[in-house]
Design a protein around this ligand. Structure first.
Ligand code: BGC
Length: 661
């Protein structure tokens, strides 16, 4: 079907969607596209007999934040591949995912759905996710374009961001992810520098001309205020169908406010979306069984959990008498293990029983007490005094605490990074009775551990861990698995984040911190943090050494060795940061430009190689309105985290070529 085969009426209708989840097909004349929410499971709703909708159960994977904590590109690809099987099973052509919005503020209610505070990490993992999805027959919809970094007043707030910051921080993950050629991008709800994202011509032009996006731009659900202005700006498809907007568009066309050429530009891209997805559908099969898909969910959980603190109490020996506390260990409601909103999946199976899984792995006793109310907010349970007594006599206490969908959800932000008062109080009281206390955190974002971290022996961040993860958690606690996740955002006190101190009132959020987002700020200004970006402990100890650097003038190859000085096999995430010495324009102290996750066997050495191309040295030049690489000296920093630089070397850029010293 070509654009010429459609009447103007049909074209006007085509760019407005058909209903809540489908594009218009004119009774079978065109292929209809079926959409559904992601990003970590298919949230497919179908009509019930009574006129209402119901959600169909599906595989529930760990949150995107967990995927990011794995720093594992293959796993990101595998998640996409696995979701393609879910989509094939549920007849979904286009998955509304992934979201690459930057974690500018740790309180953003949707941070669990996003990857990182760093555009490179977010972009690279999203690119793999999209490739996995699209190479297996399902289209991706990369979202939310752009500068949607808080949920507060999300339908109206203007994110006021300067051009360089947009390019280097907020467009960047879209640019990298577009390397996988997503069939669509979704605009956000907010305004960008005063203009609604659905009418943001400057942004859409950059997306198509500079970022390399070739697909269709879709609106977020009900994000279109004026269909005509949105179409003129380059928004191709409004979703869902809105009768009033459609009628206004027709009237505007008839009044000459929008030309047929402008309508054609959008309609052609919607047609192309339909044909690309029809093409993809041909190769689509349910390639992975449910069991295999849950296996992928478990793999992500096993690599996404982060050991934040360990005084040596972990791994458990398998002989201790354990006392397990908190509803999170045995949730009656899956909402404790995931965030809320459009991404919430109805799992095929909600089984999660940590005490039971621990009992399978220990010869000691395992006692469980819920200790505090299931909403973790209001009160202790009646048995709290017994629980404290139990805590004092166990060999090891395992306290399961966290947030869940009641605290982390779409449409609002968290008010605090701290756990609820009852949870904090229980941790402090139990640890005062028995220092051999381990806290396991179930959350989708940063938790301020400062009120109690010093008093406990270990902290394991279990995230929103997905189906089948109770056994994985028990494996990590008992040492059958070696933890290997690292933080994908900086953990600090709320007031320390620059975004916390910017104006968010009167309908405008000022991005006054500019480029200084996340570790770019904390490392540049050496500000206090709880846990740095890229940080996570292992049961193994890794030594870095022997850094070598090579160049062909256009790129740099670094290679170094990682030695596993322990009796356990482990995985280490090494990170490459670039620091420009004496720059001519402001630059954050360091920027992530590469990473590698490698398995290093017990007592063995592994050589890691990473290649950086010339573009890693670039900044967006406001003066030249383009990317620019300045001649000068650049340090290459190899870190076990952003704050733990193990090796460093320098290169020079001279007359646009890289040279070694
Ligand atoms: C969310 C999108 C989602 C859409 C459809 C919106 O509220 O912002 O991320 O894809 O709803 O459910």
């Amino acid at each position: 079907m070509k654009i010429e085969d459609l009447t103007i009426r049909e074209k006007l209708r085509l760019i407005c969607g058909k209903d809540y989840w489908h594009t218009e097909d004119f009774g079978g004349k065109l292929p209809s596209v079926t959409m559904s929410d992601g990003p970590v499971g298919v949230r497919r709703t179908v009509p019930k007999g009574d006129g209402n909708e119901e959600t169909v159960p599906a595989v529930a994977y760990p949150s995107v934040q967990m995927l990011a904590n794995t720093w594992n590109k293959e796993l990101a690809y595998q998640l996409g591949e696995s979701l393609a099987s879910d989509c094939a099973e549920h007849n979904v052509d286009l998955l509304l995912a992934p979201g690459v919005n930057i974690k500018r503020s740790p309180v953003c209610g949707r941070n669990f759905e996003y990857f990182s505070e760093d555009p490179y990490l977010a972009g690279i993992l999203a690119k793999e996710y999209i490739a996995g999805l699209q190479e297996n027959g399902t289209g991706a919809c990369l979202k939310h374009f752009v500068a949607n970094n808080l949920e507060f007043d999300r339908l109206h707030q203007s994110s006021d961001v300067d051009e360089r910051t947009l390019r280097e921080i907020y467009y960047k993950p879209f640019e990298i992810a577009c390397g996988a050629k997503p069939v669509s991008v979704m605009c956000s709800y907010n305004r960008v520098n005063g203009v609604y994202a659905s009418e943001n011509k400057t942004g859409f032009d950059a997306l198509r001309n500079d970022i390399g996006f070739e697909g269709a731009v879709i609106s977020d659900w009900l994000a279109v205020r004026d269909r005509t202005s949105a179409a003129k700006a380059g928004l191709d498809l409004e979703m869902p169908f809105d009768q009033e907007n459609y009628e206004k568009l027709v009237a505007d066309f008839e009044a000459g406010k929008i030309t047929e050429k402008e309508i054609d530009a959008c309609a052609e891209r919607v047609l192309r979306l339909g044909s690309r997805l029809t093409e993809m559908r041909r190769g689509r099969t349910v390639k992975l069984s449910e069991r295999e898909r849950i296996g992928i969910a478990k793999k992500i959980a096993s690599e996404g959990m982060i050991l934040l603190k360990n005084d040596g109490i972990l791994p458990l020996t398998g002989k201790e008498n354990l006392a397990v506390f908190g509803h999170f260990a045995k949730p009656a409601d899956w909402g404790m293990l995931c965030g809320g909103g459009s991404s919430r999946v109805l799992p095929l199976d909600c089984a999660f029983d940590l005490p039971k899984e621990l009992q399978k792995r220990t010869s000691g006793s395992v006692n469980y007490a819920s200790a505090f109310d299931s909403d973790c907010v209001n009160s202790f349970k009646q048995n709290i005094r017994d629980a404290i007594l139990c805590a004092s006599s166990a060999d090891v206490n395992i306290i399961c605490a966290g947030t869940g969908a009641k605290f982390e959800y779409e449409e609002d932000d968290r008010k605090t990074l701290r756990l609820s008062a009852v949870q904090e109080r229980f941790i402090v009281d139990a640890a005062s009775q028995n220092v051999r206390t381990v806290v396991v955190l179930f959350a989708g974002g940063v938790i301020d551990v400062s009120p109690w971290a010093d008093q406990v022996a270990a902290i394991l961040y279990a995230g929103f861990p997905g189906m089948g993860s109770d056994g994985i958690l028990a494996d990590i606690l008992t040492g059958k698995m070696n933890p290997c996740g690292k933080t994908s955002e900086t953990f600090a006190l709320l007031d320390e984040y620059p975004a916390s101190n910017q104006n968010t009132t009167c309908g405008v959020t000022r991005y006054g911190e500019g480029l200084d987002v996340g570790y770019r700020y904390f490392e540049t200004y050496r500000k206090p943090i709880l846990y740095p970006f890229g940080y996570g402990l292992s049961y193994s100890e890794f030594l870095y050494r022997n850094l070598q650097v090579k160049t062909d003038g256009k790129s740099v190859e670094v290679s170094f060795e990682i030695e596993n000085r322990s009796e356990r096999d482990g995985k280490e995430i090494s990170q490459v940061y670039v620091h420009e010495c004496a720059p001519l324009v402001y630059r954050p102290f360091m920027e992530l430009k590469g990473f590698s996750k490698d398995e290093v066997k017990a007592n063995k050495i592994k050589t890691v190689k990473m290649k950086l191309d010339m573009s890693v040295f670039a900044h967006w030049s406001i003066a030249n309105k383009q990317w620019k690489i300045t001649d000068g000296v650049y340090e290459i920093l190899i870190g076990a985290s952003g704050s733990d630089i193990r090796l460093r070397t320098r290169v020079q850029i001279k007359n646009k070529a890289i040279v070694l010293f």
